[in-house]
Design a protein around this ligand. Structure first.
Ligand code: F6R
Length: 630
């Protein structure tokens, strides 16, 4: 989704901005631009290009732009097509103020109509363009006051304007009248300030600032800040100055290295065994005397009163939540519901006491998930009933994100920054967190015996080496199999029980990066409609792990075979699996932990199909790494 980077200091801004934007490319975008105040003539210089950043770099090639104050942006179209005129930065009619913005200004149409009636001509279809015009109008008004400090003047002008804006946004503003002042503001969209030496940077995501500093101050909602080479001033919505200590980025948030892999996605699939090792080290404990075997960074006493769980998430995180709900209900015996965060917000179930709400989001910034959680917190607080506590947990990969500020109890999956837009290792990390929660609830509720819990734990401990071997062998197999799929138009994924969400995830991964239509179904549901699609050109990928529903899945696969579909099985080499035209073999493992392995061929197959089709695997079209608009 859109990315912001902005800098003020002593070095030339242009190369720093371009470097920052390169680090934000992974978020997904369709145009890019920069604006700098040229230190020679104090004029605003703005350059933009459609498409990838390389097009902008090409435009900037050989241009000498001095000036150490600038803003940059990668845009993911919401209002207006992904064309040059809509790319950010946007300037006011006098070309003195430039603005980059993430998010959506909901009342832009009304503001635009008013500005147009005053004779201001708009050059884009964006919601953002109202902002620089409004700021310029404010600057004109403030000029009568003859304020001494131009930075403060800009700050006041921006404050006056944002009080009229509705929606969720993060923005950065520069003005040629104050050639070293940067004003930034945040409302429900991420923005962090980086503290360098003699320079300050502001960005929507940490990778964009690591070329300058590892010391950050995440901005809170409704805050704005003035950054100059001499320091920063942060203010809350009441215009009170805010003071707080900066924090250091963890090493995993700083390193964004593709190593020898062709794409980040492949590297991130290969990262998974290490994530399992880290999780085992961090979360499993040997302390017999404690309440549970899982090590949480928060007090879990409140979980003892919980008798129901609701999980809010989107996309891949929702699929992890579905595996989680299976574990929580079937293993730990606690009723659990999973909701699309975007639906929950507008049609929540009736309130009930003693419910635990879990938000799952790798980015910690997904607007739908944050809004749903916010709504849930507020409605519980305003219910007036003491028993309706907002018992909350969030599972995220980004401790510096908005969800970490919203929710008191955070399970950090510590997977390291994920660059590939299609989530892989963060999904895996989310699954592990759910295994931890299922064990905890099984212990609290005594729904499983000590022996059963020990068995689950020892099975989890065995995962890393099994996974390492599996990834190596499945990588080869998937590369080979990908050739058979590259001309397919539809693919069906089937799974049952705990592996049904993995079928959904397989279909989502394939759609996202290879643009092949795919759908996942519970295997038993196929005969109730989807079977009509089956024919030679519609392959079926079935997950069949020995356990509760193995024979059933094999029978469902037979039904597909009878309709001439090419059948791929993700299953161990055992009786029954000879039915598959192509077998991606699994080791014989306990069904409870099988999703941690069955997801791997899903990820690798989609990866190789997309790579074989020559597609941009890490930055698929129209997608964004963190979806900060509703
Ligand atoms: C899939 C994918 C998306 C995200 C979804 C939620 O590969 O990346 O479906 O899972 O946008 O994102 P988070 O987890 O950041 O809330």
């Amino acid at each position: 989704m859109c990315g912001i980077v902005a800098v003020t200091g002593y070095r030339k801004a242009l190369p720093l901005l371009v470097e920052g934007l390169e680090k934000l490319e992974y978020r997904g975008y369709d145009s890019a631009g920069i604006a700098v105040i040229d230190s020679d003539n104090k004029k605003l210089v703005c350059h933009k290009a459609e498409g990838k950043l390389k097009n902008l770099k090409h435009k900037l090639d050989k241009k000498i732009i001095s000036g150490s104050l600038g803003i940059g942006h990668t845009r993911w179209a919401t209002h207006g097509k992904p064309v040059l005129r809509n790319a950010h930065p946007h300037c006011d009619w006098t070309k003195q103020v430039a603005v980059v913005q993430n998010g959506i200004i909901e009342n832009y149409f009304e503001l635009k109509t008013k500005l147009e009636s005053e004779g201001i001509v708009f050059t884009s279809e964006t919601d953002t363009e109202v902002i620089p015009h409004l700021i310029q109008k404010e600057l004109n008004n403030l000029s009568n006051l003859n304020l001494e400090n131009s930075g403060s003047t800009l700050l006041i002008a921006v404050r006056n304007v944002i009080s009229d804006l509705e929606g969720a946004y993060a923005l950065a503003v520069i003005w040629s009248g104050s050639p070293d002042s940067l004003v930034v503001a945040r409302k429900q969209a991420p923005l962090i300030i980086g503290l360098g030496e003699g320079e300050f940077v502001c960005a929507s995501d940490t990778p964009a600032i690591t070329n300058i500093t590892n010391t950050i101050l995440p901005m809170e909602d409704d805050e704005m800040a003035l950054l100059t080479p001499l320091g920063i001033e942060i203010y809350n919505s009441e215009n009170e100055r805010q003071y707080r200590n900066p924090i250091s980025l963890r090493l995993s948030e700083q390193i964004v290295d593709k190593k020898h892999f062709k794409h980040y996605m492949l590297k991130e699939i290969y990262d998974q065994p290490q994530i399992a090792k880290n999780w085992i080290k961090q979360f499993l404990r040997n302390d017999e005397s404690s309440l549970t075997s899982i090590n949480y960074p928060f007090d879990i006493q409140f979980l003892k009163n919980i008798d129901q769980i609701q999980i809010l998430a989107c996309g891949t995180s929702r699929h992890a939540a579905l595996v989680g709900s299976y574990l929580l209900e079937q293993y730990a015996g606690i009723p659990t519901n999973v909701f699309y965060a975007s639906e929950f917000r507008y049609s929540p179930p009736p309130l009930s006491p003693n419910i635990l709400t879990i938000g799952v989001t790798q980015s910690g910034e997904t607007a739908d998930t944050l809004a749903a959680l916010n709504m849930e917190i507020k409605r519980r607080q305003s219910s007036g009933k003491e028993s309706y506590k907002p018992n909350l947990i969030a599972i995220t990969n980004r401790l510096d994100s908005s969800i970490s500020r919203l929710v008191p109890n955070i399970i950090d999956i510590s997977a390291g920054i994920e660059i590939g837009v299609a989530a892989t290792k963060t999904f895996f990390g989310q699954l592990l967190s759910f295994y931890g929660l299922a064990i905890t609830f099984a212990q609290i509720r005594k729904s499983k015996t000590h022996e059963e819990i020990d068995k689950m734990i020892s099975n989890l401990i065995k995962i890393p080496p099994i996974l390492e071997d599996l990834i190596i062998s499945h990588n080869k197999i998937s590369e080979e199999l990908a050739h058979n799929f590259s001309n397919m138009k539809d693919v069906i994924f089937l799974g049952r029980g705990i592996n049904y969400p993995i079928a959904l995830e397989g279909a989502l991964k394939l759609k996202e990066i290879s643009y092949i239509h795919a759908a996942g179904y519970p295997a038993g549901e196929m005969k109730h409609g989807p079977i009509a699609l089956l024919e030679k050109k519609v392959p079926v990928i079935s997950i069949a792990t020995p356990g509760n529903v193995f024979e059933k899945v094999i029978s469902n696969a037979q039904e597909a075979k009878a309709r001439d579909s090419y059948l791929v099985g993700i299953a161990p080499e055992c009786e029954g699996t000879e039915i598959f035209d192509y077998l991606i073999p699994l080791p014989l493992i306990d069904e409870w932990i099988s999703p941690l392995l069955t997801v791997v061929p899903m990820q690798l197959l989609s990866y190789h199909i997309a790579a074989h089709r020559g597609l941009d695997v890490d930055q698929p079209r129209n997608l964004a790494k963190s979806v900060t608009v509703e």
